[in-house]
Design a protein around this ligand. Structure first.
Ligand code: SF4
Length: 621
């Protein structure tokens, strides 16, 4: 709850809305105990007194009634009716939506056609018709406003429920013997509740407006009872001669609706799980750069990551995801980057092309040089031209990165056409050739498949084809085979190996699997807590790991036909990168740790290309 409030109040407009609304609510709650005049007491001698008149702070209306008193009592009534209508509409509409979405089939059809019939009427006409049938009065206006908003909630919540009803956790609940009522109350409702709250917070404002509208037309509150709409309606005839009688309730309606809408938007953003980790704004097109310190000089490598530092700034916390990483690849070379989850491999890779989401990501130091040109802080247009053209990515989950509604041929053609001015037919022919290159059978027909029509291995090949679409110089493959079975994994690794030999591609291969590194990579860099702890030629590192972490990682790999042996799991967990221990970050898990390891920074030492960050390495390098 406190995290939700922190996020909510980080959005300044939402905070402003909350403050204004809270002030109005407090005022209307204490209205009965305030020393106000009777809101309905008329005094024709005091008609149309101006604001700040003696005894009438906001003046009086056409019957000499005190406007301040009528305003506060009227606001109290309008808010109560608007909020009650929103609660009734949300409860009935959500219940209808959940039942229709959960049961589906005929029940869904019958219920939703009824809802569609209600939606077919213009809602204000429907509200007028309901009040006309029930008779004027505030309670009837409340019923009318609630009734016309029920279909809105029903449609919204039904859509969410249909998606949830087919999910595995609902199947599991059914298999566990739960009844429909229990599944709806304990499994579905908690999942749709945030959506209901968001819909309510954004609709209560307009329900207050609708109630005021009915009262304005004389169908809501009846004289002498005041609500904001009836105050406006009564002031209509004196709009020109005595505008304050209209302006006073008008400003109050404006403040209520604006504050509710601002707060509603803030609630929606704060409840959005995608925004919880960062500030309440959408990611920038390139990672934010706030470099301090010297920029390293250029090298002759194809791609050089030099002393790269990337952090995540979340509230007052700073997560040092990448703490000074240097890596380089030459044409035709494959560099493996290995480490446990959370060691900073992917953030390093995404920093290369400024793809770390900002906020909360910030590149705070170092350089990334492609053919000598520093890409950190480069103009967005430079990055856009190089992304996917000179430096391409293959991501772990192609189902998440491919667009589900476009055929793979269209997506491949788009990747090509965004960098090269070629026609549709040529782009399609190139897409087919790419599918053949990644050994997809029947490429001519497969090119028209949607992503969901392909297997996981096929989709991963499409991901590779897309990375190859513009014949890049560097491919960064971020655990591209993790989700695949071993035979498909072997095919994809051999495909990547052939492509790099045929095309002179440089590959940075991120993985947590030493078997994959041994098969594909010339060199390997081992990462721990955002830093390189060991690097060198793959065979040298595998034969004689120098860093205790590397040797523990290798000891975790089962050996086929190697006889029975205990797999030595590494005790403990990687450190949280916002609270790294002083000295060696691996010290709490290292059985060779000594007092000296816990004091001061441990530098990367050795004779290139071998290097290790350890005071007491297993092997001298
Ligand atoms: S520096 Fe010390 S604690 Fe760190 S890996 Fe080496 S021996 Fe272990």
């Amino acid at each position: 709850m406190s995290a939700f409030l922190k996020l909510l109040f980080r959005n300044r407009l939402a905070a402003l809305g909350a403050v204004v609304l809270a002030a109005i609510l407090i005022l209307v709650l204490i209205t009965p105990i305030l020393p106000l005049q009777n809101p309905d007491a008329t005094a024709t001698a005091d008609r149309f007194k101006k604001p700040f008149s003696e005894g009438h702070l906001l003046g009086t209306d056409h019957l000499g009634r005190d406007l301040l008193s009528r305003l506060l009592h009227g606001t109290r009534l309008s808010l109560a009716v608007g909020i009650a209508a929103a609660l009734i509409a949300a409860t009935i509409g959500s219940a209808i939506g959940i039942i229709a979405g959960y049961f589906g089939g005929r029940a869904d059809n019958i219920i939703m056609r009824g809802v569609d019939m209600l939606m077919a009427f213009p809602y204000i006409l429907l509200a007028l018709a309901i009040v006309a049938a029930l008779g004027p009065g505030l309670m009837n206006a409340l019923i009318a406003v609630a009734a016309v908003n029920v279909p809105f909630f029903a449609r919204n919540i039904r859509g969410i429920t249909v998606g949830l009803a087919g999910r595995e956790f609902i199947d599991a609940a059914r298999l566990a013997g739960m009844g429909h009522t229990r599944i709806i109350l304990t499994e579905l409702l908690p999942n749709v509740l945030p959506v209901i709250i968001i819909a309510m917070s954004t609709t209560v404002g307009w329900m207050i407006l609708e109630t005021a509208g009915l009262s304005f037309l004389g169908l809501g509150s009846q004289p002498p009872q005041a609500d904001l709409g009836s105050m406006l309606g009564e002031a209509r005839s004196a709009l020109i001669s005595h505008p304050h009688t209209s302006v006073v309730p008008g400003i109050m309606i404006f403040l209520i609706v604006m504050s509710i809408n601002l707060l509603g938007d803030g609630v929606r953003d704060a409840l959005d799980p995608r925004l919880r980790s960062g500030a309440l704004s959408r990611p920038l097109p390139a990672t934010l750069v706030d470099r301090t310190g010297d920029i390293p000089a250029g090298t002759d490598d194809l791609l050089a990551i030099q002393d790269l530092q990337t952090q995540f700034h979340v509230g007052k916390r700073t997560y040092r995801a990448v703490g000074g990483v240097s890596l380089a690849v030459k044409p035709g070379e494959c560099l493996g980057v290995i480490g446990e989850s959370g060691s900073g491999k992917s953030v390093t890779a995404l920093s290369v092309m400024g793809l770390v989401a900002s906020p909360p990501g910030v590149i705070t130091g170092g350089a990334v040089r492609f053919q000598g040109e520093d890409l950190i802080g480069a103009p967005y247009e430079v990055l856009r031209q190089k992304r996917g053209d000179r430096v391409a990515y293959i991501f772990q989950d192609p189902l998440a990165t491919l667009h589900p509604l476009y055929r793979i041929g269209q997506q491949l053609a788009e990747a090509i056409q965004s960098h090269h001015k070629i026609g549709k037919a040529e782009a399609r022919a190139r897409a087919i050739q790419l599918l053949k290159d990644v050994r997809i059978p029947n490429a001519e027909s497969r090119v028209d498949n949607f992503p969901h029509e392909m297997s996981g291995g096929m989709r991963q090949r499409v991901g590779i084809a897309m990375a190859l679409a513009n014949e890049p110089d560097v491919i960064i493959a971020d655990e591209p085979t993790t989700a695949l079975d071993v035979t498909v994994q072997a095919q994809i690794l051999s495909l990547l190996d052939d492509l790099r030999r045929d095309r002179g591609l440089a590959i940075i291969f991120i993985t947590h699997d030493f078997g994959v590194v041994a098969q594909l990579c010339d060199r390997v860099a081992v990462m721990y807590a955002g830093r390189i702890v060991e690097e060198g030629p793959t065979q040298a590192v595998l034969d004689a790991p120098a860093h205790p972490y590397t040797s523990r990682l290798i000891a975790c790999v089962p050996e086929l036909g190697g006889g029975r042996r205990e797999l030595a799991a590494i005790p403990g967990l990687p450190p949280v990168v916002d609270d790294l221990p002083p000295g060696c970050a691996f010290a709490p898990r290292c059985d060779k740790a000594q007092e000296a390891c816990r004091v001061g920074d441990v530098a990367l030492k050795g004779m290139a290309p071998r290097a290790v960050r350890c005071l007491f390495p297993e092997e001298a390098v």
